[in-house]
Design a protein around this ligand. Structure first.
Ligand code: PHE
Length: 453
């Protein structure tokens, strides 16, 4: 059974596919608006702290469970802890993947609409008010966003059906370098705009007086979301790693790439937004309302540059989103494929259909179904809040307790050292963080946010 499992063909492929999962709308859409709504650079520092303190160790722990079990997330805990309730942790991960894809694909669909509009030169000559109206009309429309969402999921489906090596790995190898090149070009243009310094200041001068429990929870949630942690996404990918992949090094590379892209996205968006006097706390619409406007205003005298800039930016978003939707889709597809012995194609179809259904509800919750709320939130916001701020940190907590306390340390050591062939100087620190630091930190932030202390 083990030797039949799919594998990534190369180390670079494994790293790029995992980085492709991590780098996504979380970096370019969610990170800037969360940073903007949570006061700027103090949030960024906390976010980086969470990446280092919790993200990297928990990512390594997910790798250990994934490669150690050679199974999809739904089965991984069961393989390593047969006959226990740990299997629910895996099951929860698969569910979380569904729920995230159910609203993430809506935003991914928006990126297609904006890419098409940019390509057709639909932003030329528009005013800031026009951009607000365009986004509001579009996102509340009952049909267009739904169609784009379904199209995006079908594109994801198409790549997933091709399999691990020919689909996921190949797509990531092309898209990740492309993404990096585009974002660096955009960053250089953005920081050289007149008045960009204010944006840089917003990013670089921390104001800790704004930090409260909500900001802490947001920074932690963002770290989990952005690194694709807490739901077994990288666990599934790690089950496709070869025996020789260095798990510790891979986790560092993926986390560094992901954090760099988030910061680069901040360096694209804030200098540009401040340069044309747009408020950074616009929320989820930030990059859809401000950015096209920024391009028009900043390059008003050079319409061709404005055109190229806008098209590049939305291509970047589509590419980033696609490598992440692939990874979210793969978690559930691998689960149905392996657990219910369905063909890959059939498993993928179930996932696609389920996600389109959720996607329709979350898309409509921004328009015609606005009145339907739970805890004061519509489906779209609820899915975002519930997954990023609750399910993912909770999933991360379970993984750290599983690897730190439950799993035989010999298995953990074997995975990290590739059965003794690598040195693992950080082993003790790693176990210490999983046992004490991660559960206490996550638990503390949950309790604090619930207002229990
Ligand atoms: N990390 C992805 C992003 O930043 C989103 C994601 C979350 C993907 C959880 C997989 C699992 O866009």
């Amino acid at each position: 059974m083990k030797s039949e499992r799919a594998n990534f063909g190369s180390k670079v492929g494994a790293i790029l596919a995992s980085a492709g999962s991590a780098v996504g709308l979380g970096n370019i859409w969610r990170f800037p608006y969360e940073t903007g709504s949570n006061g700027g650079s103090a949030f960024i520092l906390l976010y980086i702290l969470f990446v280092l303190m919790l993200g990297i160790p928990i990512m390594i722990a997910e790798f250990v469970v994934g490669r150690g079990s050679q199974a999809n997330t739904g089965a991984a805990y069961r393989v390593l802890a047969p006959g226990t309730r740990w299997k629910w942790a895996g099951f929860m991960g698969v569910m979380a993947g569904f729920l995230i894809l159910g609203y993430y694909s809506v935003v991914a669909g928006w990126t297609l609409e904006y890419m098409a509009r940019a390509a057709l030169n639909g932003f030329a000559g528009k005013t800031p008010d026009d951009f607000i109206a365009i986004f509001t009309d579009f996102s509340q429309n009952p049909f267009r966003p739904v169609l784009w969402m379904a199209l995006f999921l079908l594109g994801t489906h198409f790549i997933i059906v091709k399999g691990v090596k020919k689909g996921i790995e190949k797509a990531s190898k092309i898209m990740m370098p492309l993404l990096f090149i585009i974002i660096v070009i955009l960053m250089i243009c953005s920081v050289t705009l007149p008045g960009a310094e204010k944006g840089l200041e917003f990013l670089l001068k921390p104001d800790f007086s704004k930090v409260d429990s909500g900001v802490l929870l947001s920074a932690m949630g963002q770290a989990f979301f952005s690194l694709s942690l807490g739901m077994g996404c990288l666990m599934t990918y790690a089950s496709y790693y070869s025996k020789n992949t260095n798990l510790g090094k891979t986790a560092f590379s993926v986390s560094i790439i992901d954090t760099c892209v988030a910061i680069l996205a901040g360096l694209v968006i804030f200098p540009a937004a401040f340069s044309v006097g747009i408020s950074p706390d616009a929320g989820p619409s930030l990059i859809f309302i401000t950015l096209p406007n920024v391009f028009q205003q900043a390059f008003g005298n050079f319409p061709v540059v404005a055109y190229i800039f806008s098209v590049l930016f939305y291509v970047l978003l589509v590419v980033a989103a696609l490598t992440s939707t692939i990874s979210l889709h793969e978690v559930a597809t691998a689960y149905f494929h392996e657990e219910f012995k369905l063909t890959r194609g059939r498993a993928a179809s179930i996932v696609t259909a389920g996600c389109i259904f959720l996607g329709v509800i979350s898309s409509l919750s921004l328009g015609v179904m606005k009145g339907y709320t739970l805890f004061g939130l519509g489906a779209f916001d609820l899915l975002d809040y519930f997954t990023a701020k609750i399910l993912l940190p909770f999933g991360g907590l379970l993984t750290s307790v599983f690897v730190g306390w439950y799993l035989d340390k010999k298995i953990v050591w074997d995975e990290l050292s590739n059965r003794g062939s690598l040195k693992v100087p950080f082993f003790k620190l790693f176990i210490f963080i999983l046992r004490y630091v991660a559960p206490v930190a996550i638990g503390f932030i949950f309790i604090n946010e619930l207002g229990l202390i």
